[in-house]
Design a protein. Structure first.
Length: 711
């Protein structure tokens, strides 16, 4: 048998992680962050802030981030503002119901255990033996499994609360600003506050003390062995349980001696006295009892005789674990050992890689199949696929083997990831009914030791199994991740084309509503490039029809489907501002055309330079004829051209046609070579804005250098 270990990683104070391993296989995992400590099980002195008759509940301020939710059924009669005689009558009825409920549990304990182990039992026999209310004939049977957590072994109060609702309304007996002692039974999550109760429970290693529940001594319903229940009943009868209190022996105490159970009960009584003392000295809202650190809770709930050693990384954590083990199980304190090696604890035992896989939706199976886990808003869907599984001889055997492996892995992943709520498993379709029953039995056996309360149905005609699992803590994925800012948590982003068209429609709608107002549209860079490359004509037509300017601005800070439409300046044909100019794509054909123009300009300028060098002996005039570049542009048809000055008195007239024109009469008195060179320069093709500034700067530098050589 593989060695079982409990590994505690508390090296970093920000987070404590605890795992239970069988060999190198991860079986249990729990963690706690310093910034997000568990509230479940804590007791607070709270104050009622609002009574809601429509919900028959109260909202109370207890010190959390949000007000807690306290249902009427979870309010003890001691807090009712009614005459004393009526309150005492309620308490007597409640005590009588508790005794009746306890007797019923004792009667049905053995048949209930038989029903859990035999999934193929006849439905009629199961209904006769079960203490659960009979379901309608068309309803699939649902079986309760798990619930090994300390606070889950406390019986429910559903039937008692319904009778009380008919007698009183919450607005009649509970008032605003009333002070109560409440315990958190469900963590805050999202926009929902914590669920609270006034029926308190203090969990120990072998027992659970209920200070304000008149139950006496009871046995956990998970203990089904008749001999164990009889022996434990004798032990509880010897415990000195005060009047008005109750105690439940947990499953972990089924095989313990009377001395061990009594020592645990006395520890809980001392703990309750300290809670009472602190409550009397406190003012609402405040914390009066904390369930305990992760290390204490894990040792209390998960440690058993099958675990060979507890390795703790971190000095403070080791001392805490050692002291707590000495207090609750002195004989096992020697199993708690410090870990001081250089290699990280989880890496040494191959656990770190298994923890990383918990963030992946796909989990592989030994035979080559795999399961896909997808949490959604309504439920958690788990899909089983055969994958590369080809070991079996026929389809039915392959499906059965894959489903059996998936049942074991699903139960493990539910514990590790703490998947809760409604869970639907899509098993591979099997033709034989006995195969479905075998998969159901395997899954129920695997879920038997789960700490959460679970309800499991049967595999339906479509191969689906429905189940529900109680949430007992924050899942590792939920606590260690945040919503993606790009896809907004959906996992999908719109394509560039789709997003560009959506923005164009918004622009058209905005233009129609804000007539004559120029706008500036800020969009992601890839969308800006798409609009400018493929929707330029549409923008031009939109501008012309509405006599306004539309500016497309590429903003690298925008992601996903984010964009904004802002009021802009009145511009005629500006599509991209200066920040976005570097992101605009230019078609390859345009780039080639511009390159040819640059080569032609360089050749013309070389010829002009040679001509001036030939006339270098004519005196001062050569200095004035040195070439320089001037750019002139503005408005529609903006352009920049190089012009060679001829004389200081000559004007800088420019041709208006697109290809340029010869400037007749402008070169009077000049030598023929210079005039010819200027004419060649004027006849070059006009270059637009899209030619780029870098080429123009390079050409200016070359011309200036050539002019210097000519001088």
């Amino acid at each position: 048998m593989a060695t079982k270990r409990m590994l505690v990683d508390a090296i970093h104070p920000e987070e404590t992680r605890i795992v239970v391993t069988a060999g190198n296989r991860l079986e249990e995992f729990d963690f706690e962050s310093a910034s997000r400590r568990q509230l479940r099980g804590n007791i607070f002195l709270a104050k009622v802030t609002r009574v809601e008759p429509s919900l028959q509940a109260a909202f109370v301020e207890y010190g959390g981030n949000r007000h807690g939710f306290l249902a009427f059924s979870e309010i003890h009669p001691d807090y009712y503002q009614i005459p004393v005689a009526d309150r005492e009558a309620l308490l007597r009825d409640e005590e009588h119901e508790e005794e009746h409920h306890e007797e019923t549990e004792e009667t049905v304990s053995v048949p209930e255990g038989v029903a859990e182990t035999d999934a193929e039992a006849d439905p009629q026999e199961t209904e006769e033996d079960s203490h659960i209310e009979q379901a309608p004939a068309n309803t699939e049977p649902v079986e309760s499994i798990g619930g090994a957590d300390a606070l889950e072994e406390v019986p429910e109060r559903r039937q008692r609360s319904q009778q009380r609702r008919h007698q009183y309304k919450i607005q009649e007996v509970i008032k605003r600003r009333q002070v109560m002692l409440v315990q958190v039974v469900k963590e805050e999550r999202g926009n929902k506050g914590a669920a609270l109760t006034t029926y308190l429970s203090l969990a120990g290693r072998y027992s659970v003390l209920m200070p304000n529940t008149a139950r006496g001594g009871g046995i956990s319903r998970k203990i089904t062995n008749a001999a164990d229940r009889k022996r434990l009943k004798e032990i509880t009868s010897d415990l000195e349980v005060p009047q008005g209190m109750g105690v439940i022996l947990r499953t972990a105490g089924a095989t313990r001696t009377k001395a061990e159970v009594k020592r645990d009960f006395e520890y809980l009584m001392r703990l309750w006295e300290s809670v009472r003392t602190l409550t009397l000295q406190s003012q609402a809202p405040c914390l009066v009892y904390e369930e305990g650190s992760l290390i204490k809770r894990t040792i209390r709930d998960l440690y058993n005789k099958d675990i060979d050693e507890v390795l703790v990384a971190g000095d403070a954590a080791y001392r805490e674990a050692k002291d707590f083990m000495k207090m609750i199980m002195p004989s096992h304190a020697k199993n708690v050992k410090p870990y001081g090696e250089e290699q990280p604890l989880f890496s040494k035992y191959g656990i770190e890689s298994q923890l990383d896989q918990m963030f992946s939706p796909v989990v592989t199976l030994p035979s080559g199949g795999y399961i896909v886990i997808n949490p959604t808003e309504a439920l958690v869907s788990i899909d089983v696929n055969s994958g590369r599984s080809t070991k079996e001889h026929n389809i039915e055997d392959t499906a059965l083997q894959t489903n059996l492996e998936a049942a074991d892995e699903v139960a493990r992943q539910l514990r590790l990831r703490d998947l809760a709520g409604l869970i639907v498993i899509d098993f591979i379709d099997m033709m034989e009914n006995r195969s479905n029953r075998a998969v159901e039995r395997r899954l129920k056996d695997a879920l038997k030791d789960d700490r959460a309360r679970i309800q499991v149905g049967r595999i339906s005609h479509f191969g689906l199994m429905e189940m529900s699992r109680q949430r007992i803590r924050f899942g590792v994925v939920e606590s260690s991740t945040h919503k993606c800012p790009i896809c907004d948590g959906t996992g999908l982003v719109r394509s560039t084309e789709s997003l560009a068209l959506m923005i164009m429609r918004h622009v058209e709608d905005h233009v129609l509503r804000k007539q004559g107002q120029s706008i500036n549209v800020r969009v992601p860079t890839d969308v800006a490039l798409y609009v400018l490359n493929y929707k330029r004509d549409t923008l031009t037509a939109l501008e012309a029809r509405n006599a306004l300017s539309i500016t497309i601005t590429a903003d690298s800070k925008l992601t996903g489907h984010q964009f904004s439409i802002e009021k802009g300046e009145a511009r005629v044909s500006s599509y991209v501002d200066q920040r976005a100019a570097s992101h605009v794509r230019v078609d390859s054909a345009v780039i080639e055309e511009i390159d040819e123009e640059v080569v032609e300009e360089e050749e013309i300028e070389e010829e002009a330079t040679e001509a001036r060098q030939d006339n270098g002996g004519e005196g001062e005039g050569s200095g004035r004829r040195r070439r320089r570049r001037r750019r002139r542009g503005g408005g529609n048809g903006e352009r920049g051209e190089d012009r060679a000055p001829v004389q200081a008195r000559e004007s800088d007239a420019e041709a208006g046609d697109e290809e340029g024109a010869d400037e007749a009469g402008e070169a009077e008195g000049e030598d023929a070579v210079t005039a010819d060179a200027d004419g060649e320069t004027r006849r070059r093709r006009r270059r637009g804005r899209r030619g780029g500034r870098r080429n123009r700067r390079e050409q200016e530098g070359e011309v200036a250098a050539e002019g210097g050589e000519a001088a």
